[in-house]
Design a binder for this molecule. Sequence first.
Ligand SMILES: Cc1cn([C@H]2C[C@H](O)[C@@H](COP(=O)(O)OP(=O)(O)O[C@H]3O[C@@H](C)C(=O)[C@@H](O)[C@H]3O)O2)c(=O)[nH]c1=O
Length: 201
Amino acid sequence: MQFRRLRVPDAYEFSPRAFPDDRGLFVAPFQDDVFRAAAGHPLRLGQANHSVSRRGTIRGLHFADTPPGQAKYIYCPRGSLLDVVVDLRVGSPTFGQWDAVVLDSREFRAMYLAEGLGHGFAALEDDTVMSYFCSEPYNPTGEHGITPLDPTLALPWPTDIEPVLSDKDRNAPTLAEAVDRGLLPVYADCVAYYDKLRSAN
Ligand SMILES: Cc1cn([C@H]2C[C@H](O)[C@@H](COP(=O)(O)OP(=O)(O)O[C@H]3O[C@@H](C)C(=O)[C@@H](O)[C@H]3O)O2)c(=O)[nH]c1=O
C-alpha cells in the first residue's frame, strides 16, 4: 500500500491493492505499518462509524475541539464520494486551504485526517457508504461545523448534483463567522497534540 501527503498538512491518502478473483474481491483499506509510516503514531480507535447517503448528499464540514479532537480514517466500501479536507486550524500556514480525493468501491483509497482538520464529503451515487474509524468517541458538545457552501472556501463540490444537506449543516456558520466566535481549533495546540502522540510511541 502506498501513501501520499495531501495539500493540507497532516492529511494523507492511502492506496491499497485490491485482489479481485472469481469469488469477488479482497482489499485491506487500513494497514497499520503504512499508517504509522505516514502519521508517526498508531491509529487510536474510539469509535467506528458508517453512514449511507443518497447522491447529492453533502455532509460536513465538521471538526472537533482539539485536544483531543477526533482524527478520522475513512474509506468507501460502496458507491463513490468526493472527500474534502480543509485546514481550519487557526495559525496554520495553510489555514483555509483544502484538498479533495475521490473514494470509491473500485480502488478503495482511504484518507486520514488528523485532529483539528475539517471534514466533509459529497455522495456521487445513491447508497454511498462511508466507513470511518475515529480516534475518540463522539462528543456532541465538542463537535462543530461550518457551512460546506461557504463561497470563501470555494470547495470543489460537483456542479451536476442538487446538494442535500442536514438543517444543522445548512445553518452552520461560515469560516469567517466561526473565526469570530472562537470556534476553530488552534494550530499550535494541534501540533503539540500530534507531537505528544508521536512521542508516546
Ligand atoms: C457523528 C455521530 C452522529 N450521531 C447522531 C447524531 C444525529 O442524531 C445523527 C446524525 O448526525 P450528523 O448529522 O452529525 O451526522 P453526519 O453529518 O454524518 O456527521 C458526520 O459527518 C462527517 C462529515 C464527519 O466527518 C463525521 O465525523 C460526522 O461529523 O447521528 C451519533 O450518535 N454519533 C456520532 O458519532
